[in-house]
Design a protein around this ligand. Structure first.
Ligand code: NAD
Length: 426
């Protein structure tokens, strides 16, 4: 038997990241620096004594360069010298055994994973048969344990993860059902054992997420294992390494390998097992549907309060101790009078309206697959669409609580039109 080449052995010590945008940049900074530190402390499960090394793939040159600059600041030259840039998912899959992706949405994830010329799957198909398996690595010493999403999350759960999955699952033959993650009878090693771990952290269409994972698993005979692991918490939590990460996994083996990496980007107890492939992103899309509606409801209540001459801070305080409260009212108020709120910083930073528009669209498409009417989401999507199209589109990149400003403007225009209307011409 021919031994695996040194190139394929060093693939075991390489971690790759694709998509270094607003979220991917700080997440990869944390993952790379903490993995580098874990190796220095003797806790990194790389191959032999080899140091971990890293690959990046980002189509925007300036983002790739600024990532390397920031990595040098955070982790020093010794770390940056262990990073190389590649040009495609295919190249990444040929050289790295663990790959994470953080891309805008469904079309980019489909392209990066499945493009027949440059996609990750094409790279996996080009690997030699004797590619060493991840089972050849020493057992992880990671202290991170995933939280099971089917148990009630503790009351200390961060407000960025207002999530509780259903206690009863939909029928398994439903086109949109997500089965519980299987526990593998034989966590494997040897020729059939998994050689690649893929973790997509994008918020995308849940059915597509599940279909891409199925295609990867079927084509590679489960030698590549894929999870969906979208995040909640925004760029601030990503910088601090305090994200909530909800994942869907094909097996307990994939889960075990993934949580070590995910824990380097998440808060304590923030890595949540939601079930099988597609379930992580399913939970994320349902959560954001609720958030999209809540933020508009808050804006309508606050705008009416202002027109009634109520003190906005008093209204804010009463709502937050009453039944109208939500994450939006507590943490994401549009009121400039509330210190630290998006309103107080002119809606800079935060979660962009264009992303909320995208997520409302994902919820609508998912509901269409289930033949389920969701009228409030439909209305919310129309509102965010109008906010993004307002003026020169300047509100599209502001925090989505800017919907309050849009609403006040439209209400003023409506009232004005009402005043100007000829009362005799009904
Ligand atoms: P972004 O647009 O800032 O970043 C995406 C990056 O992917 C860009 O740098 C882009 O150049 C790169 N990219 C696209 N196609 C590529 C390809 N083929 N190869 C290599 N690079 C490619 O988006 P973001 O704000 O980082 O969001 C990423 C995901 O996270 C989205 O799904 C979003 O909904 C979700 N999310 C965002 C936030 C937030 O606050 N921004 C919070 C939670 C979740």
């Amino acid at each position: 038997m021919v031994s695996p080449s040194s190139q394929s052995l060093s693939r075991l010590s390489k971690i790759g990241w694709i998509g270094l945008g607003a979220m991917g940049r700080p997440m990869a900074l944390n993952l790379f620096t903490k993995t580098h530190l874990a190796h220095q402390r003797g806790e990194w499960a790389g191959y032999g004594k080899e140091k971990p090394s890293f690959l990046i793939c980002e189509e925007d040159d300036s983002r790739a360069e600024s990532f390397l600059f920031d990595l040098r600041e955070k982790g020093g030259a010794g770390l940056v010298n262990r990073v190389e840039r590649v040009g495609s998912g295919k190249e990444m899959a040929m050289h790295a055994s663990r790959i994470l992706t953080m891309l805008p949405s469904t079309p980019q994830v489909e392209a990066v994973y499945l493009d027949p010329k440059g996609g990750i799957l094409a790279g996996l198909q080009a690997l030699p048969l004797d590619t060493p398996s991840l089972g050849d690595l020493p057992a992880s010493t990671s202290p991170v344990k995933p939280v099971s999403g089917v148990e009630e999350l503790s009351s200390s759960t961060n407000m960025s993860a207002p999530y509780m999955p259903p206690t009863s699952s939909p029928p398994l033959d439903s086109p949109t059902s997500f089965a519980p993650a299987s526990s593998d009878p034989n966590p494997s090693s040897g020729a059939d054992a998994p050689h690649t771990l893929l973790i997509d952290q994008t918020t995308l269409d849940p059915t597509t997420a599940r279909d891409i994972a199925s295609q990867i698993h079927a084509t590679t005979s489960h030698r590549a294992l894929m999870l969906d692991a979208p995040v909640s918490g925004g760029t601030g939590a990503a910088e601090r390494g305090e994200l909530t990460i909800m994942f869907g996994s094909p097996s307990s083996e994939a889960t075990r390998m993934a949580v070590e990496l995910l824990g380097r980007m998440a808060r304590d107890g923030g890595v949540i097992d939601c079930g099988s492939n597609g379930a992580g992103v399913g939970v994320k899309v349902c959560n954001n549907l609720i958030l999209a509606i809540n933020q508009i409801a808050l804006s309508e209540g606050l705008a009416l309060g202002r027109s009634l001459g109520l003190d906005p801070v008093l209204l804010h305080n009463v709502v937050n101790t009453s039944s109208g409260q939500s994450w939006s009212s507590r943490v994401n108020s549009p009121l400039e009078e509330i210190p630290g709120s998006p309103g107080s910083r002119h809606y800079a930073g935060g979660f962009q309206t264009r992303l909320m528009l995208k997520d409302a669209g994902l919820a609508l498409s998912a509901a269409a697959v289930c033949n389920l009417p969701i009228p409030m989401t439909w209305a919310a999507k129309s509102v965010y669409e109008a906010v993004c199209n307002e003026g020169e589109g300047e509100m599209a990149t502001r925090d989505f609580s800017v919907v309050f400003e849009w609403l006040k403007k439209k209400q003023a225009e409506g009232v004005e039109r009402g005043w100007k209307a000829d009362p005799t011409s009904t």
